[in-house]
Design a protein around this ligand. Structure first.
Ligand SMILES: *[C@@H]1O[C@H](CO)[C@@H](O)[C@H](O)[C@H]1NC(C)=O
Ligand SMILES: *[C@@H]1O[C@H](CO)[C@@H](O)[C@H](O)[C@H]1NC(C)=O
Ligand SMILES: *[C@@H]1O[C@H](CO)[C@@H](O)[C@H](O)[C@H]1NC(C)=O
Ligand SMILES: *[C@@H]1O[C@H](CO)[C@@H](O)[C@H](O)[C@H]1NC(C)=O
Length: 492
C-alpha cells in the first residue's frame, strides 16, 4: 500500500515543470532561405535548417506536414522547421569558411508557465533581431531577483534570451544564457577548447494569434525570459522553446580573424531563430505536452513518440532551390556568403543589397575563390561526440561517461542506471563497456519514482565522478556532470 508520505512526494513531483529534449542531429539544408521573413524569395543571409524536410522558399505547415515528408529530428511526428543563422570564420585576409556545426540542433520544449498550450497548425515565430549589434547590460547578469517583475521591456528580455556558452569539458560548465554576446577571440582561444554553444530562448507568452505582421509581436517573453509574468493580453502559455547548437570554433584557435554570424554580425547580439510548427497535429502536441513529463527529458521516455535513428533522420534533406545553386556558402570563399557586409555596431545594422534578388544582378556576387591548396582545419570532433555532449537546460555539460547512480536498493539502482544509460550511451561509439566506478560522496541530483506491483519505489539518482577504465581515450577521462533537474534552467 502506498503510504501517505509517498503520495505527498509524488504530488510534489508532478507539479514540477517538465521538459523534453528533441535531438535534430543533422541538417536538412544550409542556404539563403527564410520562409517566415522572406517568403518566396532569397533571404538576405544564410541559415542552417533542422526538422521538417518539406522545406523551401515557401515552406509552411502544409508543406512540412505533407504526406510522405520527412524530418531530421528523432521524433517522427515532429516535422517542425527550426533554423538559425550560420556561423562563419573570416580570416584577416578576407577569406571566409563556415564553422562546422557539431551534432545539429537540440530543441528543448520546457514547460515553465502553467497550463501549457500546444502551438496550433499555422503557428510560426521569430526570436531575436538580426539587426541588433550591442549588448547594453552588465556581465554577468544581475541576480534574477533584481529584474523587473513587469515584462514591458521586451528589448531587455530579448537581449538576455541569447547565450554564448564557452565549452570546455575539462572544467565546470557555464550556466545557460550566461553571456549574451560572443566572447573575444582571445578569450575563446584560451578557454573554449570544445567550441561555442549558441543558445536561443523563444518567447512563450502568446496573444492567441498564430502569427503577426513582423512574425514576433504575437509572442512576448515572460519577465524572467523563461518564466515569470506574461505581459497583459499575452495569457496563452506556450511551451518554452530553447535551441542549442554547438560550433567548432576551437578549430580556429590561433588563427587570425573573427567569428561572424551570417548576417555580417561579429558581436553575436543579432543572433536569432525561427520556428514553424509542423507537428502532425495540435492535438498530438498537446497530448505530448500533457503526457511526456518524465523528469529525464528524454524523448525515449515518452510513450507517444515514435523515435527514428539518427541515420534515418540524416537522410531527410530538402533540395537546394535553383536560385541558390551557385551560392558557395561553406567556403573557403572571398568574404561572407553572399557579398554580405560586416556591420560592427553598436548602432543597429542596416539593410544591404541581396545578391540574386530580382533587382540585384548576380554579378554583384563576389566570385568564390576556393583554392585547391586550401585545407580545412582538422576538427577535434567526431560526428558521434555531440550525442553525449548534450545538455540539460542549465548549461550542464554531459561529456563522456562519468556518471553512476546509486540508491537505497539494488533494484532501483539498476533501474536508474539503465534509465540514464538509455540516452547517454545510446550512440556513443567510443564507450565499449560500462564504466567501473568508485563513488566519492555523491550528490543527489534527482529523484524519480517507479511502481513495482503495489509499491512505489523512490529512485534517488546521485552524481559521482567515475573513472572510465574500459576505454582510456583522452575524452573519456573528462569529468561529467549530469543533471536531472527538469525544472531548473540552472543557476542563472
Ligand atoms: C587566407 O588565409 C587562410 C589561412 O591562412 C588561407 O588558408 C587562405 O588561403 C588565405 N586566402 C587567400 C585568398 O590567400
Ligand atoms: C496579437 O498581436 C498582433 C500584433 O500586435 C495583432 O496583430 C493581433 O491582432 C493580436 N491577436 C489577438 C488575438 O489579439
Ligand atoms: C498533418 O498530417 C497528418 C498525417 O498525415 C494528417 O493526419 C493531418 O490531417 C495533417 N494535418 C493537417 C492540419 O492537415
Ligand atoms: C543598441 O541596439 C539597440 C537595438 O538595436 C539600438 O536601439 C541602440 O541605439 C543601440 N545602441 C547604440 C549605442 O548604438
Amino acid at each position: 500500500m502506498r503510504s501517505q508520505a509517498t503520495l505527498t512526494a509524488l504530488a510534489l513531483v508532478s507539479s514540477v515543470s517538465a521538459f523534453w529534449r528533441m535531438p535534430c542531429r543533422s541538417q536538412t539544408g544550409v542556404g539563403r532561405l527564410d520562409p517566415i521573413m522572406d517568403p518566396g524569395e532569397i533571404s538576405d543571409h544564410v541559415h542552417t535548417f533542422s526538422g521538417g524536410g518539406g522545406f523551401g522558399f515557401n515552406a509552411d505547415y502544409g508543406t512540412l506536414n505533407a504526406t510522405g515528408s520527412c524530418t531530421s529530428c528523432e521524433v517522427t511526428q515532429d516535422h517542425s522547421a527550426y533554423w538559425t543563422p550560420a556561423m562563419h570564420f573570416l580570416y584577416s585576409n578576407g577569406t571566409s569558411v563556415m564553422v562546422q556545426q557539431v551534432g545539429g540542433m537540440l530543441v528543448y520544449y520546457l514547460y515553465y508557465l502553467d497550463h501549457v498550450k500546444a502551438f496550433p497548425a499555422g503557428f510560426q515565430m521569430v526570436a531575436g533581431n538580426k539587426n541588433t549589434r550591442n549588448f547594453t547590460g552588465p556581465f554577468p547578469d544581475t541576480d534574477l531577483s533584481s529584474w523587473p517583475t513587469d515584462p514591458s521591456d521586451q528589448f531587455f528580455l530579448q537581449q538576455r534570451a541569447l547565450g554564448f556558452n564557452c565549452l570546455n569539458y575539462g572544467k565546470d560548465p557555464e550556466p545557460s544564457l550566461y553571456r549574451h554576446q560572443f566572447p573575444t577571440k582571445d578569450y575563446m582561444d584560451a578557454n573554449c577548447q570544445d567550441g561555442l554553444r549558441l543558445e536561443l530562448a523563444f518567447p512563450s507568452c502568446g496573444n492567441g494569434s498564430s502569427d503577426s505582421l513582423d512574425h514576433k509581436s504575437h509572442m512576448k517573453y515572460p519577465s524572467l525570459v523563461k518564466e515569470g509574468n506574461c505581459p497583459e493580453g499575452y495569457d496563452t502559455h506556450h511551451p518554452f522553446l530553447f535551441f542549442e547548437t554547438i560550433w567548432a570554433t576551437n578549430s580556429f584557435a590561433g588563427e587570425d580573424g573573427q567569428f561572424v554570424l551570417s548576417m555580417g554580425d561579429p558581436t553575436g547580439t543579432g543572433y536569432h531563430g525561427d520556428f514553424i510548427m509542423g507537428w502532425e497535429s495540435e492535438q498530438f502536441l498537446q497530448n505530448a505536452l500533457d503526457t511526456c513529463q518524465n523528469p529525464s527529458g528524454n524523448i525515449q521516455d515518452c510513450p507517444l513518440f515514435n523515435i527514428q535513428s539518427d541515420a534515418t533522420a540524416a537522410t531527410c534533406t530538402f533540395p537546394v532551390p535553383d536560385a541558390l545553386a551557385n551560392d558557395d556558402v561553406k567556403g573557403p570563399r572571398e568574404g561572407l556568403a553572399v557579398g554580405i557586409p560586416i556591420q560592427n555596431g553598436p548602432q543597429p545594422a542596416t539593410q544591404y543589397l541581396v545578391a540574386g534578388r530580382s533587382s540585384v544582378p548576380t554579378s554583384s556576387i563576389p566570385s568564390t575563390t576556393a583554392s585547391a591548396s586550401f585545407s580545412l582545419p582538422t576538427l577535434s570532433y567526431t560526428a558521434a561526440n555531440p550525442s553525449i555532449t548534450s545538455t540539460a537546460q542549465g548549461g550542464i555539460i554531459i561529456d563522456k561517461v562519468s556518471i553512476a547512480s546509486t540508491s537505497t536498493s539494488a533494484a532501483s539502482s539498476s533501474a536508474a542506471w539503465s534509465a540514464l544509460n538509455k540516452v547517454e550511451y545510446a550512440s556513443s561509439s567510443s564507450i565499449t563497456e560500462a564504466p567501473s566506478a568508485t563513488a566519492p560522496a555523491p550528490d543527489i541530483i534527482a529523484t524519480s519514482y517507479m511502481t513495482t506491483g503495489n509499491q512505489v519505489v523512490e529512485l534517488v539518482i546521485e552524481e559521482v565522478e567515475v573513472t572510465v577504465t574500459a576505454t582510456p581515450s583522452a575524452a573519456a577521462r573528462h569529468k561529467r556532470h549530469a543533471h536531472k533537474h527538469a525544472h531548473h534552467a540552472g543557476r542563472r
